[in-house]
Design a protein around this ligand. Sequence first.
Ligand code: HEC
Ligand code: HEC
Length: 264
Amino acid sequence: MKMKKFLMASAIIAFGSTSFAAEVISPEEWKLYQEGINPGEVFAEEVGGALFNKPMGPEGKSCASCHTKNGEVEEKVATAAAYYPKYDPSCGKVINLEQRIQLCQAKYQKVKPFKLKSKENVALTTYLFYLAAGTPINVDISEPHVKKYYEYGRYIFTLKRGKRNLSCQVCHEFAAGKILRMQPLYPLGTKAINGTPGRASASLWPAFRMTKNKVQTLQQRFQGCQKQGGQKKLPLGSKEMVALEVYVKSLSNGVELKTPGLRR
Ligand code: HEC
Ligand code: HEC
């Protein structure tokens, strides 16, 4: 089993205090964590990997039946997480990896696809991101359809809405370098803003969230911010969310995926 070790020191910094961590994560997860194992990787392999290899549908096909050669997941699928969202001609729109998985389930496995918010879809997604770890992010924003999503995503990013009249930009650009609820705000991409270096956040999601005790996707993280910012959550997979994903992820183009990440 391929598992990277995490240093306890970084854990303590991330949590502030270890007792806090012990309160919010389950005893089993805490044990893994103390052993230096990222529970997100365990989830990717044991839940996502198992689903990838599980025969389903009328023809008993698994993802692996079509996408594995000599026991290895084929390159284009093993690195897809770095390239998605991508334009899909058969859908006539830009889709993210979660939706690509649904497409293969419907089109090729001939099953009812797992819902975007289901544990199963998140597990398969996390598995593909886990396989793609080390591949540089490359969302092709020169492709005309993707470019439109990029521009729309930037618009959504700057749009003020909700009862506190906030936009993503207010917190992640204007307030970059400031502290909010004891958490420093970093620019999301690679570029520094207000002298604060960016953290290429998209290279770390899906991530195991210690405060939620589960893996969340990038779009689910956006929803968390929308909720905290007093905005109505945008639906997973909506045009607005895919556009936001294209925009935010492209800000980290060139940075290697370190997925699944481990986040507070
Ligand atoms: C019966 C064969 C078959 C099965 C089963 C299947 N796929 Fe696919 N998959 C394909 C084909 C063919 C393509 C490329 C053509 C297309 O875009 O439809 C593809 C494309 C993909 C891509 C996109 C690659 C790219 O470069 O854009 C991903 C990711 C993927 N599949 C993942 C999965 C996952 C995960 C499962 C299981 C839930 C799965 N597939 C099940 C046949 C299959
Ligand atoms: C009220 C301020 C606020 C608003 C509005 C806000 N965020 Fe956040 N966001 C935060 C805080 C605080 C964090 C956690 C600190 C961190 O990880 O940088 C965070 C974390 C994130 C992360 C994870 C960063 C990482 O490195 O793991 C992403 C991605 C993100 N926000 C995207 C967005 C998007 C997209 C929007 C608009 C839909 C948005 N945020 C709106 C405050 C905000």
